[in-house]
Design a binder for this molecule. Structure first.
Ligand SMILES: COc1cccc(Cn2ccc3ccc(-c4cc(N)[nH]n4)cc32)c1
Length: 241
């Protein structure tokens, strides 16, 4: 998979040289390229923004500069990802869909965002354009959101994660539930013990305990996910909770 990131702060993305993504690059699993948007400007001041039509505070990023940059970077079959506070909220489903792309291009905006005609132009040209938020809070630009999404996608690329099995159960918990609580050594810490069942070696009971904790945690912290559950996936013991 090829991943391109276009930003006026390319150094923000240098963290991608580390850990999982860094190793994947070294192993040729991920072809990651970071670009400085200002390399596509033609004026002396390397201008990328201007005042908003219709007035209002702040500046908006120019479509013409983004257009020449994205025309250069986008390859056939690419998906264009535009982080924005006004986008669909990024979920594991988006990560799974994006992980199938031949190329992902992340357009990192700053100021008050990118001129809306950029997303429109590439959609009209038949490019898959994803305007995505990583949550209901406002960042200063698209770089951090891109880092989040790149990590979530890259770990799904075959060969990326050591134990692919850990991806199966973990895709946001079993069957649309939050993860159950996890424990490791030492068995006693700060006068807190390990739940007995986890020391029993009784796998059926452990599995049941984990599912109960996942259901309880989901009901407590994410009632929206409980509402979205497919009742057919619940068994009698689930319903007895
Ligand atoms: C566009 O409207 C905006 C309104 C106020 C501030 C900003 C700042 N900003 C610029 C580009 C940009 C890209 C993404 C995000 C972002 C994403 C999430 N989940 N939060 N914030 C914020 C961005 C933009």
């Amino acid at each position: 998979m090829r991943v391109d990131v276009v930003s006026i702060f390319p150094d923000y993305l240098s963290v991608l040289d580390l850990s999982l993504v860094g190793k994947a690059r070294q192993r040729g699993l991920l072809d990651l390229r970071v670009h400085d948007l200002r390399d596509w400007t033609t004026d002396r001041h390397r201008t990328v923004d201007d005042t908003p039509f219709g007035g209002g505070a702040g500046m908006v990023m120019r479509p013409d500069v983004w257009g020449v940059a994205l025309d250069d970077v986008l390859e056939p079959g690419a998906q264009l990802v535009v982080p924005t506070p006004s986008g669909e909220v990024f979920t594991q489903r988006h990560a799974e869909e994006m992980a199938t792309a031949e190329q992902l291009v992340f357009a990192c905006g700053r100021y008050e965002g990118i001129d809306a005609r950029v997303a429109e132009h590439y959609r009209d040209a038949g490019v898959t354009v994803r305007e995505l938020s990583i949550g209901d809070y406002v960042l200063n630009g698209g770089e951090v959101a891109s880092l989040v999404m790149i990590e979530a996608v890259a770990r799904l690329v075959p060969g990326m994660v050591g134990n692919p099995e850990s991806l199966v159960e973990e895709s946001h918990g079993a069957a649309g539930l939050l993860e159950y609580p996890v424990y490791t050594k030492p068995p006693s810490w700060a006068d807190l013990e390990i739940p007995e069942v986890l020391l029993s070696g009784h796998h059926a009971r452990i599995e049941r305990w984990r599912r109960d904790r996942a259901l309880e945690r989901t009901a407590e912290r994410r009632p929206d996910m409980i509402a979205a559950l497919d009742v057919a996936t619940l068994d009698k013991q689930d319903l007895a909770l």
